[in-house]
Design a binder for this molecule. Structure first.
Ligand code: ADP
Ligand code: MG
Length: 497
């Protein structure tokens, strides 16, 4: 009999079927990975088990007995706890108070501070956490706060712990510490459900892996009998594009962007580059090399920029976003939360944002035009949202990035500056974004892409320019692309003799 079994579990939210007849089981004393793209239903599954949500239909069986914890407290009594992605404690209470919140020790009507501290210390000791029980939760790092959550679970006798993307904001040292603890808990017979989309972690840590996609169960397999590539295919439901991007098989067109002696005091100097129609040119470099500063200056965002910039052979006046927009330039910024999207707006409004002049006739927004534009791009970008009226802030990173791109697609600009196109985006959405950039190049757009991920630039670009300390350190063409060559230029190490 399986230890823990999900049988035809179904959960619906307004407009979304978060879990669709999910069935699989988990063995006692194992670490079970749960993987899937954003929105696949991983957190929902964990929350049903932990009593945060109740399923609409289907069954949950623990050692063959049906269970349906109506609350987190009820789940705790069954020995099930969840370590949440988001802060789960009162930040302005101490570690000890949080750990004993449900059952504060009292003496003569007052909270017994000594007993409180002793009990908290004992709970922290179960996970080997060296944390002062009097520390305020709000002053702990995410890693330490998680440790307290785990202590709360283990200290109250949890036998099953769900960890929802525990390492997403941990340092390397904290992650190593967490892994050590997970192995230790497993050796004590606890069962762990580990949600993550970091493939290396899962393969290093877990015994079995379950893949969810769009709320459906795709596979449950022992880790030794699968591979990361196989799991990725299961997650996204199709092969990752591994082939050469199509734009590379065509001849680039005329020069669209020409930059000569671009400079900005204290940021960068003597930047010379060209990007042709149908070309994707990469801009590599370490953080602080000046890459983002260059694309921002091209887009008119640098009040001190000087130099000679031409778009399709017409001089572009610098230091003016209006001129940049009018010349057919677009910028997808690195920090899309702050700069690229207006998160309070819905997808439709966001897509229409950069096209406002075209859409507003006689001073008001052309609603029908705005809607059809947004629908066209939602389809093209395979946007996963219940409706184009959904508020952007509720969407996953990948979908937000697609909207940031849609803003400029809708404008149909000739030259696109794209800063870190896939930062914070999961693996399936990454492949779709690469595909989209390739399509844009095939349509004859000129793309200048800043990225810190060399494999991304190597996969996508015809040429890669390398910046270091505010200068162009070199240019590498596709036939010479290797990570070693690029890294040497980035770090300023001369090529080996
Ligand atoms: P994952 O953790 O795999 O990223 P989730 O379980 O959080 O996915 O979400 C699955 C789907 O259910 C998504 O489409 C998400 O938008 C939706 N969803 C999750 N929680 C809620 C909620 N409380 N209200 C409405 N929709 C939700
Ligand atoms: Mg989640």
């Amino acid at each position: 009999m399986p230890y823990l079994e999900f049988r035809h579990l179904t959960k619906r939210f307004p407009g979304v079927l978060a879990l669709n007849e999910v069935s699989f089981s988990i063995e006692r004393g194992t670490c079970h990975a749960l993987i899937g793209e954003n929105g696949a239903g991983k957190s929902t599954l964990g929350k049903i088990l932990a009593g945060v949500y109740t399923a609409d239909s289907g069954k949950l069986l623990l050692s063959g007995q049906p269970i349906a914890p109506p609350s987190p407290l009820a789940a705790r009594e069954l020995g099930i706890a969840m370590v949440h992605q988001e802060l789960a404690f009162c930040p302005n209470l101490s570690v000890a108070e949080n750990l004993c919140l449900g059952d504060l020790p009292r003496r003569a009507g007052f909270v017994d501070r000594t007993a409180l501290r002793a009990r908290a210390r004992a709970m922290l000791a179960t996970v080997g956490a060296d944390i002062d029980p009097d520390t305020l939760i709000g002053t702990l790092s995410t890693g330490r706060e998680q440790l307290v959550q785990i202590a709360a679970a283990v200290g109250t006798g949890a036998q099953i712990i769900v960890m929802d993307e525990p390492t997403s904001s941990l340092s390397a040292a904290e992650t190593a510490e967490l892994f050590r603890l997970i192995r230790e808990l497993k050796s004590r017979g606890l069962t762990l459900i580990y949600v993550s989309h970091r493939m290396e972690e899962l393969f290093a840590l877990c015994d079995h892996i379950t893949v969810l996609r769009d709320g459906r169960h795709i596979a449950t397999e022992p880790i030794p009998s699968t591979t990361p590539a196989r799991v990725v295919t299961q997650m996204i439901g199709r092969e990752l594009i591994a082939q050469t991007p199509a734009h590379l098989t065509r001849e680039p067109g005329p020069v669209r962007l020409q930059v000569q002696t671009l400079a900005s005091p204290g940021k960068f100097s003597d930047i010379n580059l060209t990007v042709r129609a149908g070309e994707i040119v990469g801009l590599a470099g370490i953080v602080g090399a000046g890459r983002s500063e260059v694309v921002q200056a091209l887009f008119g965002l640098d009040a001190a920029a000087t130099g000679d910039v031409r778009i399709s052979d017409r001089a572009l006046p610098l230091r003016s976003i209006d001129h940049a927009l009018a010349a057919g330039l677009g910028l997808v910024p690195e920090d899309r939360k702050r700069q690229g999207l207006v998160l309070g707006l819905n997808c439709r409004e966001n897509t229409a944002l950069a096209s406002l002049p075209e859409l507003s006739r006689f001073g008001w927004m052309h609603r029908t035009a705005e809607r059809s534009l947004a629908e066209r791009y939602a389809k093209r970008l395979r946007l996963k949202t219940p409706s184009i009226d959904a508020i952007t802030a509720g969407l996953s990173g990948g979908n937000q990035q697609k909207i940031a791109l849609a803003i400029w697609l809708a404008r149909d600009c000739d030259v696109l500056l794209i800063d870190e196109p896939t930062r914070g985006v999961d693996v399936g959405a990454k492949a779709e974004i690469y595909q989209l950039l390739d399509e844009l190049a095939c349509e004859g757009k000129a793309l200048l892409v800043v990225s810190s991920e060399l494999p991304e630039l190597i996969g996508l670009c015809r040429r890669i320019l390398v910046m270091r300390e505010g200068h162009l350190a070199g240019e590498v063409t596709r036939s010479d692309f290797t990570e070693a060559t690029l890294m040497r230029l980035m770090a300023g190490i001369p090529a080996a003799a």
